[in-house]
Structures are given as structure tokens and as C-alpha cells.
Design a protein around this ligand. Sequence first.
Ligand SMILES: [Zn+2]
Length: 251
Amino acid sequence: MSSATDASLGVARRDLAAAYRLIAHFGLDDSIYTHISMRAEEGESRFLINPYGYRFEEVRASNLVTVDLEGNLVDDPDGAGINKAGFTIHSAIHAARADAHCVLHTHSVAGVAVSCLEEGLLPLNQWAMQFHGRIAYHDYEGIALDLAERERLVRDLGDKPVMILRNHGLLVCGRSVGEAFRRMYNLERSCKAQLAIMATGAPVRRPAASLCEHVAGQYERWDSDHDTTARDPEWEAYLRLIAQLQPDFAD
Ligand SMILES: [Zn+2]
């Protein structure tokens, strides 16, 4: 049976294709590079990822490629293959973290800029406070072609939902595509706001760590009330947006 005809896989494919389109829509894509990957089926070592060489606007539910943990092709509708090196980071995290159904990685300008700052992301505003104490950092080792780096990526990520890849970019995990997208959207805004704050050169008011922890806890409680079985009104709103702008994403 074709994976695209299965009802549950249909939702995974639709959501993942929407995420590619939305990341491009908000200007967070980087040519044909960076990836969003999704576990194809609960408990299965099968993953959906974009076909190699496609711009994010060209990704559709039906042309997503299914691969195993080693990046071997299981189902490749257009015969495009995948960027195996690009999947290195994703496969390491999917293998190590059962809760990471979706892994979303970007090279946005603001994300790369913050990844180059010694202090990383600072909890200076409400967007950024949700990430207080929830961000892992991984030192740059060159383009991630080295399979041995996977162990260090997993060790550095630990149980965090977000990782800043130093001098490289951003990465988030989600229990669903919607959760991963929301995290990346907020992380990106946090990075942009931090750069805007730094650009003023004015003295910065730093919230107390206890307040940052309080806010991060508030976000976590919202997350725990919105597990993958509950409706996700924010993701539904994004799906409506992309369905209006680029309805062929779901083809
Ligand atoms: Zn990258």
C-alpha cells in the first residue's frame, strides 16, 4: 500500500508539507538546504523528509520521501533522493528521542546571528522567556557529514526541546509538526527581538531568573494541556493560511 494513501500518514504528510511551505512563507528557508523531518508512524523507524533539490515551495504531501534511520530510501515518489548529509542531524535526534516526532532545523539570518553570540539567546522578553533553561547548545564541527558527531549532538541536546547549533543555526523538536513549527516561530521572533534590542545600544532591562522560570513553566503547562490528541487551534490557523496562499501543498 502506498504510504500516501494511509489515513494517518496522510495527516503527517499534509502537516509536514504545510510546514515546509510556511517556513518558506515566513522567509526562514535557505535555498534547498535545512530540513524538517517527521516520524512517519508512531513507534516506527520511518521518517518523512523533503525531496533533494526542491525549494520548500515545491514540497507537496505526495512528493515527500520516506527514509529509514540511516537515510536509506524506502519510498521516493519523484525519484529525487534526499540530502543524506542533511539527515544526519535529524536521524540522530529521532533515534535518541522518542518524543521528537518532528525535528525542524533552520539557517535563518536572525537564528544564525544569535547562534554566533557567546551568550546565545537571552530571556529578555515574553517570547524568549519560554525558552529559559530549555535550550541546549552544540558546538560547530563543520558540515554535519561525520556520523560520529551524532553522539555529541544527542549528548548536548539531552532532554531539551530546542538546540542552538553554534555558528550554524536553530533546531527544535516537537511532538507534532504544529508544536515544532510554533516553537521555531517563537524562537525566530526571540532571535529577531534580541538583535533589535542589541542594535539600539541602550541599557537592557534583564528580567529576574525566577520570573523567566515562571514564564517558561506557564508555557510548559500550556503544552501539557495541548498534547497531540487535543485540537491545536494555532496550527489549524496556520494550515488555513497556507491552504489559502498555496493550496497545492496538500496535493
Ligand atoms: Zn544546518
